[in-house]
Structure formats: C-alpha cells, structure tokens
Design a protein around this ligand. Structure first.
Ligand SMILES: [Zn+2]
Length: 303
C-alpha cells in the first residue's frame, strides 16, 4: 500500500461491530464525481449503515466531462442515473446533486458552496462526513479540493449560531459535524485509520458495478469477455455470463489496493482514511471535565 498512502501515527484498525451501535447517527458522503464513493469509501459506508448510521449522498459536480458519448447532456444524465443507483445499492437514504460544472469547480463561489453544505449539515443533522482530504498531497483535480475545503469549513461553521441565523426561519438550527473521514486518493496522502471492509466487499463491488459511464470498472468484465471471445479465448475467472464477468473483473482488477492494505493489517479487505476526531484547536481551552477535576483537587475554603 506504500505506493498509495502513507500511514501516520498509531494507525487504528476500525473493526466490524455487532448490532447497531451507531443507530441515531447521521453521515454524509460527499463526492465530486460518480466514481469517487465507489472507489474510496463504499465498503466503509456500507459497514456504517449496517451498524446503524443513516446516510446521505451529496454530489457536487454534474459529471458532464466523463462518459462514452460526445453529448454532454447524455453524459450528465447517464451519470446522474448511476449515482441514484449507487445510492440505492449502498443504502443511502437520499441523494443530493449540487450541479456544479465538472472540472470547473474552481470557478464556483467558495462561499456559496460552503453555505450549501452548512444548510445540508444542519437540515440533515450530519454527525460524520466522508470526503477528500482538503489538504491532500498531489491532488490535481480542482473539483476535489474545492469540495473538500468547503466541506471542512462548513463542518464547524454549521454549529455556530451567528452564521446564517435566517435558517431558523425554516426550522433549521445550528448543528456542527462531529468527526471526519478523509479518504485517500493520491500517492503520498496520509492515513491513520484502516477500516475492515472484509464482510462488505460484495457491497463495494455493487457500488463499482453501477458506475459504467465513467469508470473502467462497471462493465469492464463484460467488455473484456467480448474482446477475448472474438479471439476465441476466455478467462475462466470471469465466469460464463456478463454479470459474473463484471463482478469478478472488479474483484480481480479493482480491489488490489483494498486487498493489499487489508493484508498489511491482517484483514481480507480494508479502506484507509485520515480520520479527524471531534475536537477543535490543539492549544484550545481545557474542557469542563478538566476544570472540574482541577477544582476538586485544588479548591480550599475562603476562610
Ligand atoms: Zn473524482
């Protein structure tokens, strides 16, 4: 995994939990493009939904640049339908499309983008977010960094009562995001958390399978099967039908990093994240618990 991601500090392995310990909690997975969630966090999102989280999918761009035909309109529609299908495949409760132009997000107003996230985090009462690392080394796609930086700022600003107080008129009150999972995209980006997705590898394959318009993954198996058939060849590992071919192609060729990372930590499959726990500044004030402990240990009668 060293070619993809850099472990930092004590890497925590997040294991699968019995029951629904996260019931009542809400997560939002925020992607710029139809293939981001399938590639970077599908297994973990499936795990957390299974463990009780309610989940929402937010997509920032219209994906107009990535598709097999010359038509931008056709490309947008294909991707939009596939993201809806991705939402159903992983168990998201709703999907929100923000509709910014693909590859051009750096022309968007960062303030408007941030405000839209603040509105959604408050309205949906989001506790946990998944997105790109806003300061990730090597990130070359403006859609990724624009999305991530707006999300990061919106997470804490959504909890402030003087930011956009007019939301109260619609019954929407301040609600800050508690913790963040920044997924790993580029070589050299850091991770401090490895999530065991072994029981959810089929869900990850489901997520990649629906993404046929812009990834090589979705229908790669059936296309390879057809190409080999023209040469009078077949790969036994791809099975005897297109559906099996697509799934097994993803398992063989689009799961290598998840498999390698898993093996490093004694798991079958894993996804890496830079996890940002609740808390503000490192050099902030002591919490009320610490103050009360100090009082209990040091307070003396006035007389
Ligand atoms: Zn992307």
């Amino acid at each position: 995994m060293e070619q993809h991601a850099i472990p930092v500090g004590d890497v925590h392995v997040e294991r699968c939990l019995p029951g629904r310990p996260h019931a009542g909690r809400v997560l939002a997975a925020i992607q710029a493009h139809a293939d981001d969630i399938p590639l970077y966090c599908a297994g973990t999102v499936a795990k957390l939904i299974d463990e009780g989280y309610t989940a929402y999918l937010i997509q920032t761009t219209n994906d107009e640049k990535c598709g097999p035909t010359h038509s931008s309109g056709d490309t947008i529609l294909r991707n939009e339908r596939e993201v809806e299908e991705l939402g159903r495949a992983l168990g998201f409760s709703d999907v929100f499309f923000l509709g910014y132009r693909n590859h051009l997000m750096d022309e968007a107003s960062p303030i408007e983008l941030r405000l839209r996230f603040i509105f959604l985090f408050r309205a949906l009462k989001v506790d946990t977010v998944f997105t790109f690392n806003p300061w990730g080394h090597g990130e070359e796609n403006p859609d990724h960094w624009m999305t991530a930086q707006a999300v990061e700022a919106a997470c804490w600003m959504a909890g402030m009562n003087k930011d956009y107080p007019e939301h109260r008129a619609g019954g929407i009150t301040p609600h800050g995001v508690r913790d963040k999972y920044y997924w790993v995209v580029r070589p050299g980006q850091p991770y401090n958390r490895v999530v065991d997705i072994s029981p959810y590898i089929e869900k990850r394959i489901d997520a990649l399978r629906v993404n046929t318009t812009q990834g090589p993954a979705g229908s790669g198996g059936s296309r390879l099967r057809a190409r080999l058939a023209q040469q009078g060849l077949r790969l036994p590992a791809l099975g005897d039908d297109d559906e099996t071919a697509d799934r097994e192609y993803i398992r063989l060729f689009c799961s290598t990093a998840a498999r390698q990372l898993g093996q490093e930590y004694g798991l079958d499959y894993a996804e890496p994240f830079l996890y940002v726990p609740p808390g503000g500044s490192v050099y902030g004030f002591a919490g009320s618990d610490e103050i009360e402990r100090y009082i209990a240990g040091h307070a003396v009668p006035i007389r």
